[in-house]
Design a protein around this ligand. Sequence first.
Ligand code: NAD
Length: 268
Amino acid sequence: MAFVTGAARGQGRQFALALAREGADVAVLDLDAQIKTVDYELPEGSDLDKVAAEIEQLDRRSLAIAGNVTKEEDISRAVDTIIERFGHIDIVVPNAGIVSYGQVWELDEKTFDQMIDVNLKGTWLTCKYVAPHMIERKKGKIVCISSIYGVHSAPLVSHYSASKHGVLGLVRSMAIELGEYNINVNAICPTAIDTPMMNNQATFDRMAGGKAGGTRDHANKEFEKRQLLPDIGYLPDDACVGSLLFLASEDSKYVTGIPIPVDAGFLT
Ligand code: NAD
């Protein structure tokens, strides 16, 4: 049984489908959709409902949960519902995240707080409510999603970078606290991935130094400059699936507290 947050689109959707293909039942949470099982007839649905239906088509059980990872009551309720329906959680992927851009002196308090709330507090809250169920069974895999900007940084992303550095701190601390309960806690640090988060004009402008008129082509080239492997730029939206499946499986039994960069060599 796996639980993936931010699963309505992008990498979260790919993670949820990959886990289902490997045989896991998967509960998916995102900002929209009503709590429902796909056992019910799906109404004209949200993206999250569609992901849950895709999981069902793989002959796995699913549950689409509307929730905001920054709200403690949403996460507490989501985990209670999953335990009620499925009995346990083997794998959790706190993946929900946001990005925005601005110089340190341009950012307003609301933007900074929101970034830390979703990316860092949301990761912590998700782990806080899942961990006791894993501790009880002395078994579990926690795979958090940081970023290359959780290891190094770049202009215009100080608040994003701070949140993703925070995720790695959280991962190391959780690995220390949960190790004795046979729970592995690791992270993935992706470079630019071709999802709605990155495939938009604000990001292209950021890659053009914060100037209007940036293009995807230019953004690709900026990433390629630092990548060791040839002609990559943005990675496809399922690029991190292999690392996720490794960290969620018994193949990573002896691996805990580490970030795996999926970055075509960007950080080297
Ligand atoms: P995305 O924007 O395509 O998807 C993110 C999902 O998270 C969306 O469905 C969104 O609705 C959901 N979400 C946002 N705030 C939420 C909240 N408060 N509660 C519940 N759900 C919420 O982005 P993505 O690229 O798939 O990103 C997934 C993760 O990967 C994020 O943590 C992101 O920071 C990280 N990441 C992405 C890239 C990249 O280049 N795309 C690179 C490094 C790290």
